[in-house]
Design a binder for this molecule. Structure first.
Ligand code: RB5
Length: 143
């Protein structure tokens, strides 16, 4: 599995923590930046990640900014992207089971790193439930 990651300056420390965790699990990571805590604009990185995942250059993506809000908004502007901002393990599970989110967004300033890793693992390990959820995500993808 290949996971692409992107962040702004506020999400940079959490992105590095998650990246190391993914690598320790044997998951390949493509890091699309940013590469420091120097201020940058999150829409640039959300768009970059969204387009990368939509083009199927990675299986899934993880986006991090200060709250996860701005970068998730940017990712969701890209057709075919279903980016879910999650703040709990249950949300991470549901983002997979019901929404089959292809990008997970997290808040580097709002979510504790240990919890963030649990959310990532939940989102990765759950399965999409299909059935009526398929129709709904197809409706999203047609918008
Ligand atoms: C950056 O200061 C902050 O606004 C950004 O990381 C994010 O939280 C926006 O939604």
């Amino acid at each position: 599995m290949v996971i692409a990651m992107a962040c702004d300056h506020a999400g940079y420390p959490l992105k590095i923590t998650i990246k190391e965790h993914l690598k320790s699990r044997g998951i390949d990571v493509i890091d699309l930046g940013t590469d420091s805590e120097d201020p940058v604009d999150y829409p640039i990185y959300g768009k970059k990640l969204g387009e990368f995942v939509a083009a199927k250059n990675a299986d899934q993506g993880i986006a991090v900014c200060g709250t996860g809000i701005g970068i998730s908004m940017a990712c969701n502007k890209v057709k075919g992207i279903r980016c879910a901002l999650c703040t709990s393990v249950e949300m991470g599970q549901k983002a997979r089971q019901h929404n089959n989110a292809n990008i997970l967004a997290l808040g580097g300033r709002t979510t504790d790193p240990d919890l963030a890793i649990k959310i990532v693992d939940a989102w990765l390990s759950e399965k999409f439930l299909g059935q009526h959820h398929t129709r709904r995500i197809e409706m999203l993808d047609e918008m």
